[in-house]
Design a protein around this ligand. Structure first.
Ligand SMILES: Cc1cc2nc3c(=O)[nH]c(=O)nc-3n(C[C@H](O)[C@H](O)[C@H](O)COP(=O)(O)OP(=O)(O)OC[C@H]3O[C@@H](n4cnc5c(N)ncnc54)[C@H](O)[C@@H]3O)c2cc1C
Length: 424
């Protein structure tokens, strides 16, 4: 007799954890993803700023599950889920399931601003981060030979939108790239002309952390020559000029968009109620309403606790994954399913060398100790000894020698994709 078949869509933080948590269950698992690797998204900005190589933060899915006979990987993009027939359709074939865990994550949200979607840079996958790295380095090459001072100034103006952890960390990392690493490469360029601007639509940075730490982050960024503009929202960007909602303008070639996320497009392929940011509404046990065999977790799922939706962060995805796996096992054993309760492990964000903020239960701290904690937590969360070693080495190298070794401009990734990547 065939074992119960659990299909998991997405090999991100949630999907991977769910597959691991079901290791001892009497089930057959198929993990589906459009890429063949798990990506550690929190460090994407370090690939974009030439500190880490793409392979440092990606890990092959098949390698993670080596030696598990009941595990299968299906490379493909899910295009439709038929809840009534318990089937899903991918661009590389169809799959039937007994249980389904949807963990397809999120995608960049430009809030309907077409010009921003078209001309800004995202930070959601490896390709995005290589495109940003290419672009940042190209701006210095162009500025180095630009005669018109106004154009040069625009080339050397780097704007990040979004004062959450990704925006803060990206602005800090660009500031260190520009301030500490690149000057010896461009001895004839006047680096005092470089501007790094962080725009945040709300009145403070890092919403969700105590005010004291938000203020610390603001000051730490200013110390790194980042101009932080609060209560400032973008309305348009044509690739040469940002127009602000307040009416002001910023001449720049670079807008990195870290200001919004919504559920992955897969949500549209599932005929089930959605809530804000197009996230799939789930029951307290993390199932889709009227479909107890289908679970949604992580960024894709809308789950309220104490009247507020859970944030789109990795710990939510990981905890929900364990819980969904546990509920499947309970159901198989004829037991009732349990409601999910999120336990926040704390908040960490770095602003650059020696500077970070941390909230751990009752403890709040900032500065060097928070930074060391941030480094260790990120090293431990990476998958694979090689990646941990490689990232530790790159960080130590940069810390000691003010050098980022991955200052490589690759051929245009979009063209590469057209030329070499063929659908199977
Ligand atoms: C730049 C950046 C920085 C971040 N920093 C932090 C941080 O510091 N701390 C923190 O806690 N969180 C951070 N996050 C958020 C965190 O990465 C997400 O909350 C987390 O990854 C969500 O996990 P998930 O399993 O729901 O989805 P993901 O980890 O996004 O995984 C989704 C997977 O589904 C696959 N997929 C999507 N659609 C399909 C489809 N149709 N068919 C097949 N496969 C599909 C994708 O390829 C991907 O592998 C950051 C995110 C970004 C982008």
């Amino acid at each position: 007799m065939q074992k119960t078949h659990v299909v998991i869509v997405g090999a991100g933080f949630g999907g991977l954890k769910a597959a691991q948590a079901l290791a001892k269950a009497p089930v057959r698992i198929t993990l589906v993803d459009r890429r063949n690797y798990h990506l550690f998204q929190p460090l994407l900005y370090q690939v974009a700023t030439a500190e880490l190589a793409p392979a440092d933060i990606a890990y092959p899915i098949r390698k993670i599950f080596r030696g598990r006979p009941d595990f299968g990987f299906h490379l493909g993009e899910v295009q439709k889920v038929n809840l009534a027939e318990k089937k899903l359709y991918t661009d590389t074939g169809d799959l039937a399931y007994d249980y389904l865990i949807l963990a397809a994550g999120g995608e960049t949200n430009h809030f309907g601003m077409e010009s921003v979607a078209k001309n800004s840079f995202g930070l959601k996958d490896i390709e995005d981060s290589i495109v940003v790295r290419n672009h940042l380095l190209r701006m210095f090459e162009l500025a180095g030979r630009e005669q018109d001072p106004e154009v040069r100034r625009a080339l050397l103006t780097f704007v990040v939108a979004g004062g959450g952890p990704t925006g803060v960390e990206s602005a800090g990392a660009i500031s260190e790239l520009v301030g500490l690493v690149l000057p010896p490469d461009y001895p004839h360029l006047d680096f005092s002309q470089v501007r790094i601007i962080l725009l945040e639509a709300a009145g403070r940075l890092l919403a969700g952390i105590p005010d004291r730490l938000g203020d610390y982050t603001f000051r730490a960024l200013q110390d790194k020559q980042v101009e932080v503009r609060l209560n400032t929202a973008v309305s348009e960007f044509n690739g040469e000029k940002i127009i602000l909602k307040s009416g002001g303008e910023i001449a720049t070639r670079t807008l990195i968009w870290a200001a919004g996320v919504r559920a992955a497009a897969l949500a549209n392929a599932v005929d089930s109620p959605k809530a804000s940011l197009n996230r799939l509404v789930v029951t307290p046990a993390l199932e889709l309403p009227n479909h107890p065999e289908v679970f949604a977790i992580g960024d894709l799922a809308y789950f309220e606790q104490q009247g507020r939706p859970l944030p789109m962060v990795a710990p939510v995805a990981v905890q929900q994954a364990s819980h969904a796996a546990q509920n499947i096992m309970r159901h198989l054993a004829g037991q009732d399913r349990l409601p999910f309760v999120y336990k926040t492990p704390g908040i960490l964000a770095t602003i650059g060398r020696n500077k970070a903020v941390a909230v751990m239960g009752r403890w709040q701290f900032s500065g060097f100790f928070a930074w060391v904690l941030w480094l260790n937590v990120h090293i431990l969360r990476l998958i694979g000894f090689h990646n941990r070693l490689s990232v530790s080495f790159s960080w130590a190298w940069e810390y000691l020698f003010y050098d980022r070794v991955v200052r490589l401009m690759m051929p245009d990734i979009e063209n590469l994709r057209e030329k070499y990547v063929r659908k199977p």
